[in-house]
Write a protein that binds this ligand. Structure first.
Ligand code: ADP
Length: 165
């Protein structure tokens, strides 16, 4: 049996900004996938703190030098991104059972849009299970310490945002 076929996955999300929770999921996924496309989705219905370019750059900095990770932004549906990359396996993270309701809806919807779509879920380490980008943004807005939740370059970017805001 040939093992030459690369296992490639897509990790789509807002990543506004990337947190230690996302990073934990990516490290777990790298144990299973040879290559991961991290796709930063621009959702006009969701107000974001960082521009898509800034979000891409923060993720790139996190995985600098890792040639198994590619980061790019995409303004459309995950199923269209999947066609663009010819990769139909989506990676998503689960924090708690409460994530599951939305994730199962998303997984079924994507499959309805394209029958080839599949979703693989990874469970975060329990120490990251309460972290979300929105909480991190709230803490940073009120000058709280986000050190435990994000890498240092993201912490600096959050401080920079609020010092100009
Ligand atoms: P979206 O807007 O698509 O939900 P997010 O950036 O908020 O984008 O999340 C992307 C994925 O990462 C989702 O599957 C989400 O459940 C997961 N995720 C977010 N935070 C964490 C965390 N702390 N631990 C594990 N998974 C997480």
């Amino acid at each position: 049996m040939s093992s030459a076929v690369e296992k490639i996955g897509i990790y789509p999300g807002s990543f506004d900004p990337i947190t230690n929770g996302h990073i934990d999921i990516i490290h777990r996924a790298l144990e299973v996938f040879d290559k991961i496309y991290i796709a930063v989705f621009y959702n006009p219905l969701k107000k974001s703190l960082f521009t898509p370019e800034e979000r891409v750059s923060l993720i790139q900095k996190t995985f600098q030098g890792n040639d198994r990770i590619s980061v790019e932004q995409f303004g459309g549906l995950v199923v269209d991104y999947a066609i663009k990359r010819n990769t139909y396996t989506m990676i998503r993270g689960l924090r708690a059972i409460s994530d599951f309701d939305y994730e199962i809806q998303l997984a079924h919807t994507n499959r309805q849009l394209n029958v080839k779509m599949d979703t693989v879920f990874f469970m975060t380490d329990s120490k990251y299970s309460y972290i979300s980008s929105s909480l991190v943004k709230q803490i940073a807005l009120f000058n709280g310490d986000t050190k435990a939740f994000v890498p240092s370059h993201v912490l600096h970017a959050l401080k920079e945002k609020h010092s100009h805001g």
